[in-house]
Design a protein. Structure first.
Length: 274
């Protein structure tokens, strides 16, 4: 039986892009509980479709394939694209051309809600000794972060112009556990990731809302007050990992840009030579 979200909202068909990626794999079984049919897409192998699943591979830069992907869909969790710092041409195709294709397809097919996997790398050049909200000017830490900033602007435009709602989730570090001291602030547990994506899909009205994707960590860099209407209430915390991480990394080098900025090692990636 299909599980119901506490608000009673249930989808006919949800689309999950990037379904073979690190977070897509986590969301695949979890989102299935909120819909009759979960359409899964990626360029990587997705295996065979399980009960209530549809597997529809597509490269995001393939306009026709993306348009077919959005047909008959009620809402989208868009995790597809490049998720690390890469040369610009790679980012351009998947994250900029690809995202335009997703929103145009949504417009043509009347899809009204998208959860966009943005990233903390949109604001990666803010310092680790400041707390920022979702309204600060962006400070991307590379081409990847720039592409996510473009994505947030695209989402804003499609809301203002066409009434397509988006929650842009500036995902922190979603892994089984935080890997270093930076992630004490940026960590997002998989259970909280599910809570956040489901809240973003089911909140009655979101317009275009930007929210940071982190758990209820004790070390805080991000203020989500402006996104409380989404109803996301994280229940996990990185704190139980603190002692082990601090023992492993007792000293922080204050001259290391990766230790100073919220984007961590992303701020030192590149340049990429042709
Ligand atoms: C991201 O946006 C990446 O996709 C992920 O691989 C992590 O590196 C994460 O940010 C992070 O900042 O920890």
């Amino acid at each position: 039986m299909t599980a119901k979200h506490p608000t009673g909202v249930r989808f006919g068909r949800l689309l999950l892009t990037g379904a073979a990626g690190g977070l897509g794999v986590q969301l695949r079984p979890r989102l299935k509980a909120y819909c009759e049919t979960l359409r899964l897409s990626d360029i990587a192998e997705l295996g065979t479709a399980g009960p209530g699943e549809e597997v529809q591979p597509a490269a995001l830069q393939d306009r026709a394939a993306v348009h077919a992907l959005l047909a008959g869909v009620d809402a989208v969790a868009h995790l597809g694209g490049v998720s690390t710092e890469q040369p610009f041409d790679v980012i351009l195709q998947a994250n900029i051309v690809g995202l335009y294709n997703v929103y145009e397809a949504a417009r043509r097919h009347g899809v009204k809600r998208i959860v966009f996997a943005s990233s903390n790398h949109v604001i990666g050049f803010y310092r680790q000794d400041e707390v920022i909200d979702t309204r600060v000017p962006v400070r991307p830490d590379g081409y990847y972060g720039l592409s996510k900033a473009f994505g947030e602007n695209l989402a804003q435009f499609y809301w203002d112009r066409y009434g397509i709602e988006t929650v842009s989730v500036r995902i922190g570090s979603s892994f089984p556990e935080p890997k270093d001291r930076r992630m004490l602030a940026t960590w997002l547990s998989y259970d909280d990731l599910e809570r956040l994506v489901v809240s973003a899909l089911t909140a009655p009205q979101v317009g275009h809302t930007v929210i940071y994707g982190c758990s209820d960590n004790t070390t805080v860099w991000w203020d989500n007050t402006g996104a409380r209407h989404i109803g996301y209430r994280p229940q996990d915390s990185s704190e139980r990992f603190r002692a082990a991480l601090e023992a492993r990394q007792p000293v922080i080098d204050g001259r290391d840009p990766a230790a100073v900025h919220q984007g961590g090692a992303f701020v030192t990636k590149g340049p990429f030579e042709d």
